[in-house]
Design a protein around this ligand. Structure first.
Ligand code: NOJ
Length: 530
């Protein structure tokens, strides 16, 4: 195993959407002191790192992914002193802090862009991409053309996302120096790593029509992160995920990123963002297995995840968020988090959160789904549009964390949060989960403890038990004589026999007298060590 990965294999990252985690000052918006008050909660669960989605100053057109000052905390989240307190407290508890680095674009309110757009002669003009006529026919991710007219200079600027998120021109060496200085600023404060937003977008090729993964991508990433003093920093990129490009970014001696997210298994069960398609968990299993094999072969880190702030809940689409919500949520967690890689958990996953059903578009905030709504209004019926948006909106996972069943769900003292609570928060909240015999939270805690206690789960090899190819995922993890068997049954009841005998370590239901029969979503973990 690569030396620099050794510590990475012990990480368990808990992703926080700061706006929706915990409000400490009663304004209905989560904040840094709210996060601080929940560090013990995170530690008790078994995570040892937090990734904070952007907390920097921002007009919030895309919830902070539109940064107007990379060195300032948005006042809505608190102050720099609050951040310093949070960082110190996290470190004291053995929790690492990972920040979100948004380097492909700034906010249109960023001082660089304010200057850049004022005249063609302004020294910041070249910090962005300009053209007299749109250079391409690219569509912006959040709707409309990717080129926006700028009156004062009589030019168009490129924005791959919202109009308020102009793309930064990385071909300009001054821009690269700026981002290096930003990284250094936070590293000097003591942060432990960065999650790098849409990093493959920083190099483009207009002539070839490439809005990402352009010819200078690897050179730029290396210039940013290849510097000696950053070699102990953990980095994970949101970037192109072909085998070839992952190797080019994370391969040995590349000095680019330690890891890159793999999202292909999260695309199963949907076409685009808003249309469900028939699916089987076996498709997810196949993708996971292939990546386990590929990352093992090339000694690469793999990220284990099912949820984040950009997708509706995985369990709602791929599992069962009804009568078998507990079984299904814990089964999915077992299937994914006992694989080889770094577990990334998203807030709310540990209590089995599920998608919402809203009947009015005013319950949504996400710039992406609102853009879609605007484009499709009049094309699709209101009912159909809401059905699609309820299915696919990123707001599903961005709703305030329900800590209890009270009217404000222990999230805030304000009468209304910034975004309506999930429609099932009275039923799905931490307090109710803990009061239930079937607690998703306790299962997650036990599962993460199992990872900690077994080196084979953290560092061992992965091998699928091929005899059982359908409707279940069975694999063995092994390291220097320690051997763990993981059995995850999917939707149907089935008898699973012929497996090696072992000592039961964990299961999501009582297995006494099961006789090889596994109920829907039942899973079990056995110790096979001789
Ligand atoms: C990916 C982020 O995860 C998403 O939330 C954001 O909207 C886009 N990048 C643009 O920054």
């Amino acid at each position: 195993m690569r030396k620099e990965f050794s510590a990475c294999y012990d990480l368990v990252v808990y992703q926080i959407y700061p706006k929706s985690f915990k409000d400490s000052n009663g304004d209905g918006i989560g904040d840094l002191l709210g996060v601080l008050s929940k560090l013990d909660y995170i530690k008790d669960l078994g995570a040892n790192a937090i990734w904070l989605c952007p907390i920097f100053k921002s007009p919030q057109c895309d919830n902070g992914y539109d940064v107007s000052d990379y060195r300032a905390i948005d006042p809505m989240y608190g102050s720099m002193a609050d951040f310093d307190r949070l960082l110190a407290a996290a470190h004291e508890k053995g929790i690492k802090v990972i920040l979100d680095l948004v380097a492909n674009h700034t906010s249109s309110e960023h001082e660089w862009f304010r200057q850049a757009r004022s005249s063609r002669e302004n020294p910041y003009h070249d910090y962005y991409y300009w053209a007299e006529e749109p250079l391409t026919d690219w569509r912006a991710e959040f709707g409309g053309s990717a080129w926006e007219y700028n009156e004062p200079t009589g030019e168009y600027y490129l924005h791959s996302f919202a109009v308020g998120q102009p793309d930064v021109n990385w071909t300009n060496p001054k821009v690269r120096e700026e981002y290096k200085a930003i990284v250094d600023f936070w590293v000097a404060k003591g942060v432990d790593g960065f999650r790098c937003d849409v990093l493959d977008h920083i190099s483009k090729d207009f002539e070839k029509g490439l809005d990402r993964n352009g010819p200078h991508l690897h050179e730029y990433i290396r210039e940013l992160f290849g510097r000696d003093h950053l070699q102990d920093i953990y980095t994970v990129g949101e970037a192109e995920t072909t085998e070839e490009s992952i190797l080019a970014t994370c391969g040995e001696d590349r000095r680019e990123l330690k890891s890159v997210f793999q999202f292909s298994h999260l695309a199963v069960g949907r076409k685009g963002r808003y249309t469900p398609v028939p699916h089987k968990m076996d498709e997810v299993k196949k993708i996971l297995t292939d990546w386990q094999d590929f990352t093992a072969k090339h000694d690469l880190l793999y990220i284990l995840l099912t949820d984040n702030h950009d997708r509706p809940w995985f369990n709602s689409r791929m599992g069962n968020d009804g009568a078998l919500r507990y079984e299904s949520a814990t089964n999915i967690a077992t299937m994914v988090y006992l694989l080889k890689g770094i577990p990334f958990l998203y807030e709310g996953q540990e209590i089995g959160c599920a998608n919402s059903l809203f009947s009015d578009i005013s319950a949504f905030d996400d710039v992406e789904c609102l853009g879609y709504y605007k484009e499709q209004k009049g094309v699709l019926s209101e009912e159909k549009l809401l059905e699609e948006i309820n299915f696919g909106s990123r707001d599903n996972t961005r709703r305030p964390f329900a800590w209890d069943a009270s009217p404000t769900h222990g999230f805030t003292d304000a009468s209304a949060p910034w975004l309506p609570y999930a429609t099932r928060s009275d039923e799905i909240n931490l307090a109710s989960d803990l009061a239930s015999e079937k607690s998703v939270w306790r299962y997650y805690r036990d599962l993460l403890a199992l990872r900690r206690e077994h080196v084979s789960i953290r560092r061992g090899s992965f091998k699928q038990v091929k005899k059982w190819k359908k409707d279940c995922f069975i694999y063995v993890r092994e390291y220097e004589g320690e051997k763990i068997l993981v059995v995850c049954n999917f939707e149907r009841t089935q008898k699973i026999t012929g497996l090696p005998e072992g000592r039961l370590l964990l299961s999501n239901v009582r297995r006494d007298g099961a006789n090889g029969v596994y109920a829907p979503y039942e899973c079990a973990v056995y110790d096979l060590t001789k």
